[in-house]
Design a binder for this molecule. Structure first.
Ligand code: ATP
Length: 233
């Protein structure tokens, strides 16, 4: 397996709170990896560590390429403080390529338009982010992640709170971009989405409980055990 990210004995968390506990695992390249686990199991923390925004206190994180990482977080407050249109927000995805003050090139603009098209939000391009619904806004941030044309796209519950059509759209787009040569990692509570991923990481209490083929791992028993459900009758 060609890997994109490798964690070796990683311990990490927040001041006075260790969350990830000696985590050793790999993220395979050029496919989608789903990170699942109960609330508080450390999924967001793991994404933050891979993105490099949470420092590790022990162990090491290695990236297979030294190229770009795009990170779509769970909740972005930018919409509430800045008067941005949808197109502005997606265009911000090009800043890493162009810098903050340089004009976007024709190609940058094409990437922005196609990222909006893929997420079905071109008709919203002129709307202010602050006046969008939560689900529409979520699609904008996924489009912004795509516009970064990163090698590794990290998404924290990108489809939570979306209607079924939008959820399916995001799942399809992520599978598509992985097919085009991107490595995608998403934290999700949706076990259907997890089952359709190429690889699965199952966390509980900051530890890796299982990794591998999601269709083999996400069986009834494993689900009961990880989520501590009572035995089925
Ligand atoms: N900024 C923070 N400061 C201190 N503790 C935090 C912080 N963010 C998260 N935690 C704690 O770290 C633990 C893991 O949280 P994390 O958000 O990584 O879990 P998660 O699996 O993503 O949860 P969820 O499914 O609810 O999104 C939790 O106990 C949480 O309370």
């Amino acid at each position: 397996m060609q890997w994109q990210v490798r964690l070796d004995g990683v311990t990490a968390g927040y001041p006075n709170r260790t969350v990830l506990d000696q985590l050793t695992m790999q993220i395979p390249a050029l496919t989608t990896t789903a990170v699942v686990g109960p609330n508080g199991s450390g999924k967001s923390t793991l994404l933050g560590v891979i993105a490099g925004v949470i420092r590790v206190t022990a162990g090491k994180v290695e990236h297979g390429t030294d190229k770009r990482v795009a990170y779509v977080t769970q909740r972005s407050n930018v919409a509430d403080v800045l008067p941005l249109t949808v197109r502005d927000a997606v265009s911000m995805g090009r800043w890493g390529h162009r810098g903050l003050w340089r004009r976007l090139t024709r190609r940058d603009q094409d990437v922005v338009e196609s990222s909006m098209s893929r997420l079905g939000i071109r008709s919203l391009a002129h709307r202010q982010l602050g006046e969008l619904s939560g689900g529409q806004r979520q699609r904008v941030f996924v489009a912004q992640g795509l516009a970064q044309e990163a090698d590794l796209l990290l998404l924290d519950e990108p489809a939570t709170g979306l209607d079924a059509t939008a959820q399916q759209l995001i799942a399809d787009v992520l599978a598509e971009v992985a097919g085009e040569g991107l490595t995608v990692v998403q934290a999700t509570h949706d076990l259907e989405v997890a089952r359709s991923a190429g690889h699965l990481l199952l966390l509980r209490d900051g530890r890796l409980r299982a990794e591998g083929d999601p269709r083999e791992l996400l069986t009834g028993d494993a689900i009961d055990q990880i989520w501590q459900l009572p035995p089925r009758v």
